[in-house]
Design a protein around this ligand. Sequence first.
Ligand code: PNS
Length: 162
Amino acid sequence: MPRIAVYPGSFDPLTNGHVDIILRGAKLFDRIIVAVLINAEKKPLFSVEERLAIIRETFKATANVEADQFSGLLIDYARAKQANVIVRGLRAVSDFEYEMQMALMNRHLQPAVETVFMMPAEQYTYVSSRLIKEVVALGGDVTGLVPAGVEARLNRKKRTQK
Ligand code: PNS
């Protein structure tokens, strides 16, 4: 049976912390599907299409990384993709409670799918999409914290908003 993992999230935008987790997952699983949540309630900075394009461009050289979108229950999406694993990154203790609740709820809904947590490299433990957006909006430099394509798009958005 192929080991298929889903790595779900908002990815608004993709950070180097996400990239680090995806590359670790790509070594462990036959396929890793980076699944962007379509969340009608949130007003994202990047459209779902932009986020998918960023993921595809960042991982064009890694054959077993795919990008997709989903709505509804994550566990239903995982089953539809025949995934046996959900991957999540854990940066700090502050992530733990929310992640544990989600992992146990997903296990309650579908015991056959296991959640696997991975730690990103230390230099990304403080990086989050929310802080990246805030720092860029206030004129700070995020070089090295996001893929080059994300940085270029963030700067472009900033210029057109002025
Ligand atoms: O990166 P994020 O925004 O923290 O990711 C959260 C995500 C997408 C993993 C979570 O919101 C999710 O799984 N949403 C889908 C709806 C769902 O399945 N909810 C029940 C979770 S136990």
